[in-house]
Structure formats: structure tokens, C-alpha cells
Design a protein around this ligand. Structure first.
Ligand code: 4AD
Ligand code: MG
Length: 433
């Protein structure tokens, strides 16, 4: 708005001293002492100190600066000075201080519980921690696209309203649909599979929904799902590509976001360890490993959050768990030709207790086997007619995976709960704001 060219805080911090600047933003902190007001101005590109001295600007502006509470929006004109004590090493000495809108007492003071911070999420998003997280999150998505576009994939889009389950009926959200009832998608995988025939390799990003009555630190009811599907890929091909993708992401995140990692107190050496090759552990070995670490699992048990937490102990980088018993996994997984009790799948587990961030594998691609599997799982053949059709017209071996973006961000940034990884988490007991 207006004629004055404003400088962003980020640019101001990099600019040489002694020039006159116009800045605008919000008062991140403010206190006054005697005839000086010390403020820290925030604008989304950084934080900069502003000092406003009685006598160096109009009296009414000085009073406004004194009166303005944290989060007031302001426009400041002043000269830039080097000040090693100030955050970012720069200070602006105000020659004009205009309050655009005086804030009321901000309800967040720093002593709130997690629950309260969720209640005022619309305001907590102004925190440095949330802002840093959202920057890294945006960059993760940017890097995923860069990686897969470079690897010959095409981004596609799939529906949210669907008529069939992908990952088991118990976690479906039902929604009224005119005179009918449909579901919110659990995964775009089956739709992605339809597109490999024309595009070869495809990926998509969209929310998936899970009505899981799970209250672990990694469960959302609505989460951002990045999914990949590629013709002619074996389970091993897919794992190898995921390794390259994840190490690329980790490396670039360290390079691009030192400031954000610092705000979040994330030690970058944890991410430096994300280098290929990632260990590959078969389900049977993982079971033994988990039991050696004190669990009492038997063949056929799935690994939940608690089991994976134990399982990740001693791993410094992500690792794959493969060859699960077929009963543990969904109907579309390809059976291992050398041991048809097992499927050719992979879960990628992140270390430090984070556990599964990716689930994927090779798909059943032969018509008769798929029909058998659909029966075995008591699914209706009619519901999957279109999916089965793919095995009638030039079927090929293929693989894919789904990555929980929120879980990946949680791991990369060392967050203690998935609710910190996205702006508005949806959980069993949380759909507001
Ligand atoms: O392991 P899942 O259920 O696999 C599928 O949906 C496959 N159809 C994906 C595919 O092959 N295209 O989910 C994939 C990933 C998990 O590894 C996890 O990271 C994430 O989605 N995820 C969740 N994230 C947050 N909250 C939840 N409730 C999640 N459920 C799964
Ligand atoms: Mg899974």
C-alpha cells in the first residue's frame, strides 16, 4: 500500500549501515525504558531491532511506540546501524514510528500448555518455531518436486471423494454424497496406478484421511500424502530411488535452512547421516531384533508406533523393513515369488524413535492373482472393477510408495509431535481452529 518503497527485514539485515530505510511488520517484542523504546520488528523475512528515542521523532509517534503492545502492526522509518548486541547485528534508529493497528494484549506469553497453543493456533503460527517449520516444509515439497520432475515423473491429481478402500475398511471416513455415501480417500495409489500406462512415472500430493482412533504423537486424521508410482520398477528399484531422494532432501535442507534448524534446535549432524545406502531389514529379522530389545512379538504381529520406537534404537539413519507377512499388509501387495507367505514391500523407518515415514512396494500385476487377493480380503469385485481392468490391458510390473509429509517434516526437524509439523493439525479431538 502507498508510495513508499519498503525494505524487507531480511534485506535490511544484509544492507550496509548508514542508510535510511522504511520497514513494516509486527512488534515481535517491545519494551521501553526511560526515554527509549526497544522493539523487535518481524515481517516474515527476519527480525530486526528498532530503537525509538524520545526527541528524535514527533512526540505523538514516540508515545505511540511506547504504548504499542506486542503484535501491533507498524511502519518505521529510520537509519540502519551496526550493533553486534542486536539480533542479526543490525539496529534501526527510528525517525518515524507509525502504528497501523494497536494490538490488544496478546494471549500468548510463553507459558502456555500445548493444548492452549492448539486453541490459539491461528496466533501461535506467528511464533518463530512455527514460521521456521513452515519454511522448511514448503522447501521439502519444493525439493520433492525438483527430485521427481528431474527423474522423469509427471505430477497428477486424484480425487478426494472415493468409493473404495485402499488401506482397510476400519479407517474410512464416510461422507454423505447427495443420496449416497462415499469415503474420503486413504491413498491415491490405485488411481496413480491407472496413470502409469500413459505417463510411465507419476506422483501426487494431496491430503489422505484416516479415521484411526490413535492418539500417538504421529497420527493425524488428515495428513499430506506424497505418493509415487512407476511402471517397470521392482521393490528394490523403488527403495534405491527413495534413498537418493531422501538424502537429497536432507542435504538441501541443511544447506538452505541453517537459521530454521537453529530456531528449532535441530542438530544438522543428524541429517548429515542420511546418506545411502540405508540398511534393509527383513520383517523376520526385525521381529527378532525387536524381541532382543525386550518386546514380545510373534510372527504376524504388525509394528505399531511403540514397536517401531524400540526397533529404531541403534539406527543412525533411516532403514527399510521389507518382506512382511502378507496378512499384515493390504490386498494389492505383490507376493514374494520365492516365499508367497510374504509380500515384496518396504516400510521406511526414520531413526530417533520416529518410525514409519514411507510405506510402499511392488503391486500385484497378474489378473488372476489380483482377483484371488480381492476375494481373500473379502472385498467386492464390483468396487474394484476399474482397478482390476488395469491387469487386463497390458499389465506390467510396477511399484510405488506413499510418504507422510507431516511425518517427514517432524523427523527432519526433530519435532516431538506431528501437530507441530503443519499449520492446522486434525486429530481425533482437534478440528478447531
Ligand atoms: O503406509 P500407508 O498406509 O500406505 C499407503 O497408503 C499406500 N497406499 C501408499 C502407497 O504405496 N502409495 O501410508 C503411507 C504413509 C505412511 O508411511 C505414513 O508416513 C503416512 O502415510 N501416514 C500417516 N501420516 C500421518 N497420520 C496418519 N494417520 C498416517 N497414516 C499414514
Ligand atoms: Mg504403512
Amino acid at each position: 500500500v502507498g508510495e513508499t518503497p519498503f525494505t524487507s527485514v531480511g534485506d535490511a539485515l544484509r544492507a550496509p549501515a548508514d542508510q535510511t530505510l522504511h520497514l513494516r511488520g509486527w512488534l515481535h517484542r517491545t519494551r521501553s525504558s526511560g526515554g527509549i523504546v526497544f522493539s523487535v520488528l518481524r515481517d516474515g523475512t527476519g527480525l530486526i531491532q528498532v530503537t525509538t528515542k524520545k526527541g528524535s521523532l514527533a512526540e505523538a509517534e514516540f508515545e505511540a511506540a511506547q504504548k504499542a503492545l506486542t503484535e501491533s502492526s507498524v511502519e518505521v522509518e529510520g537509519t540502519l546501524h551496526d550493533d553486534p548486541r542486536a539480533p542479526g547485528g543490525k539496529e534501526v534508529r527510528a525517525s518515524s514510528f507509525k502504528v497501523v493497528s494497536f494490538a490488544e494484549n496478546f494471549p500468548i506469553t510463553g507459558k502456555e500448555t500445548d493444548e492452549t497453543l492448539l486453541d490459539v493456533r491461528h496466533l501461535w503460527l506467528r511464533s518463530r518455531e512455527m514460521a521456521a517449520t513452515m519454511k522448511v516444509r514448503a522447501s521439502v515439497l519444493d525439493l520433492l518436486r525438483e527430485f521427481y520432475d528431474g527423474a522423469g515423473y509427471t505430477e497428477v491429481h486424484c480425487p478426494t471423494f472415493v468409493t473404495g478402500q485402499t488401506e482397510g475398511g476400519s479407517t474410512l471416513f464416510k461422507v454423505p454424497y447427495f443420496d449416497d455415501e462415499v469415503f474420503l480417500t486413504q491413498s491415491s495409489q490405485l488411481y496413480l496406478e491407472t496413470m502409469i500406462f500413459s505417463l510411465g512415472r507419476v506422483y501426487t500430493l494431496q491430503p489422505s484421511f484416516r479415521a484411526e482412533k490413535s492418539r500417538t504423537r504421529r497420527h493425524l486424521t488428515e495428513y499430506w500424502h506424497f505418493e509415487v508410482e512407476a511402471a517397470w520398477y521392482s521393490n528394490d528399484d523403488m527403495m534405491a530411488e527413495e534413498e537418493r531422494m531422501l538424502s537429497f532432501l536432507a542435504k538441501r535442507t541443511i544447506e538452505r535452512h541453517p537459521a530454521e534448524l537453529e530456531v528449532l534446535k535441530r542438530d544438522p549432524t543428524k541429517l548429515k547421516a542420511v546418506e545411502p545406502p540405508f540398511p534393509r531389514v527383513k520383517y523376520a529379522e526385525a521381529l527378532e531384533l525387536a524381541n532382543k530389545k525386550g518386546l514380545h512379538l510373534k510372527w504376524g504381529d504388525d509394528f505399531g508406533y511403540e514397536e517401531e520406537k524400540v526397533l529404531t534404537e541403534g539406527f543412525e539413519k533411516p532403514f527399510f523393513v521389507t518382506h512382511f507377512p502378507k496378512e499384515v499388509k493390504a490386498f494389492y501387495h505383490r507376493l514374494d515369488p520365492s516365499d508367497p507367505k510374504l509380500v515384496l514391500n518396504h516400510d521406511l523407518l526414520a531413526p530417533e524413535g520416529y518410525g514409519e515415514v514411507i510405506g510402499g512396494g511392488e503391486r500385484v500385476w497378474e489378473l488372476d492373482i489380483l482377483l484371488d487377493r480381492i476375494k481373500e480380503y473379502n472385498l467386492s469385485e464390483a468396487d474394484y472393477k476399474w482397478y482390476v481392468d488395469l491387469r487386463r490391458y497390458g499389465s506390467v510390473p510396477h511399484s510405488g510408495y506413499g510418504l507422510g509429509v507431516d511425518r517427514l517434516v517432524m523427523y527432519l526437524l526433530g519435532l516431538d509431535h506431528i501437530k507441530w509439523a503443519l499449520p492446522y493439525p486434525r486429530m481425533m479431538r482437534r478440528v478447531y481452529p
